[in-house]
Design a protein around this ligand. Structure first.
Ligand code: MG
Length: 372
């Protein structure tokens, strides 16, 4: 079975109302999907993220010509070679070739990977808390209220984009809304230093519903994370932008975090992604997948989490939650999977078990122009 054809689908959506985090405001969302077809007529979809003009040129001038005619059964070898050029492209190829193998064997992705431990995986509603509204805090509270009414019992809110005082004022208001009944993670997107994080210390200690504080510091500052972990009562999480299993070894071996947050689209291939989850288990450290930019890749995060062995007292029916983007983003409807009461049921059927919405795919085709 050989790769016969690769189609690409760059998608673009200009946000009517920008939103953001500590890294700034987002004015658009993009999605880059690929479809690999084999000489036997089997199709598999993959997804990656980067600036569309560069990604598109890279695929059409280098990656596609290199892959045409190559054997699908050599997935690890093909993805390994691509990883050296552009890790994010290799994530897409890895997903597509995995789906082709599952369909060829007439099994689901979870079955191909050895079988799932659970039928449902918990997800948390993930927000970009900042907006251009004068009263951004009120706007944020309204959005959180909507998610709670949709049945989410876990959520993640941004900090680090405003002054510490203003961010704390916001989180205190959110906590009043949650009344201790909903769990919450706080994400600073690497915007603090140790002194700044410690300004949150006394406040964090008063809240028992906190899941974790995500990337308060630069993720490279592993020793400082280890120090911080000893000083805060709230668990620490991070690692969404790391590309390989090896990148996680210093964090795991120094026990610098309570949760790692690998992203199947940011890592070089879903096989390496799964290896990372298992490695974390071996260190006794939890893994809660990041998947904010992913339409298809968040399904792969769900599949991998369904197949992940529980550890300690976690229990077979409980597992770390997967991030679920709840912001204005039409690409999230490309694959019709919707949480119910904060959980996603694993789709049955071969491959990824769901069909892509071709109308959405056609409607948001990128016109090839540059953008900021
Ligand atoms: Mg994050």
């Amino acid at each position: 079975m050989y790769i016969r054809k690769i189609d690409t689908f760059p998608l673009f959506y200009r946000l009517p109302k920008p939103y953001g985090d500590a890294n700034g405001m987002k004015t658009y969302r993009t999605c880059y999907l690929i479809r690999i077809t084999t000489d036997t007529g089997v199709e598999g979809w993959g997804e990656c993220v980067d600036w569309l003009p560069t990604l598109h040129k890279g695929f059409h001038e280098r990656i596609i010509p290199n892959l045409i005619g190559k054997p699908v059964l050599n997935r690890i070898q093909l993805v390994g070679a691509l990883q050296k050029w552009h890790p994010r492209s290799s994530a897409a190829v890895s997903m597509a070739l995995t789906e082709i193998m599952a369909k060829t064997c007439s099994v689901s992705i979870c079955d191909l990977w050895g079988g799932k431990f659970r039928e449902k995986v918990p997800v948390y509603a993930s927000f970009q808390s900042y907006s251009e509204e004068l009263d951004w805090q009120k706007h944020s509270l309204n959005e959180i209220d909507k998610a709670i009414n949709q049945g989410f019992d876990k959520l993640k809110v941004k900090i680090g984009g405003k002054s510490i005082f203003e961010d704390q004022q916001h989180i205190v208001s959110v906590q009043k809304l949650l009344q201790g009944k909903i769990s919450m993670a706080l994400d600073a997107n690497q915007s603090y230093d140790l002194t700044a994080v410690l300004q949150w210390q006394s406040l964090l200690a008063t809240w028992s519903n906190l899941l974790w504080v995500e990337e308060p510091l630069d993720i490279k500052h592993i020793n400082e994370y280890a120090q911080l972990r000893n000083r805060l009562t709230t668990p620490l999480a991070g690692g969404e932008n790391l590309e390989s299993v090896t990148d996680f070894i210093p964090i795991l071996s120094k026990h610098a975090l309570d949760y790692i947050t690998p992203d199947p689209m940011h890592m070089a291939g879903v096989d390496g992604y799964r290896e990372t989850l298992r490695l974390a288990r071996n260190f006794g450290i939890r893994a809660t997948p990041h998947s904010f930019d992913g339409a298809l890749s968040r399904l792969y995060a769900i599949f991998a989490q369904a197949n992940l062995e529980p550890w300690g007292k976690m229990g077979v029916d409980t597992i770390e939650p997967v991030e679920w983007d709840v912001m204005d983003n039409p690409f999230l409807n490309l694959f019709p999977i919707h949480p119910l009461n904060g959980e996603v049921s694993i789709p049955l059927g071969c491959g990824i078990g769901v069909e892509i919405d071709l109308d959405i795919l056609a409607h948001y085709q990128w016109d090839g122009s540059s953008y900021l």
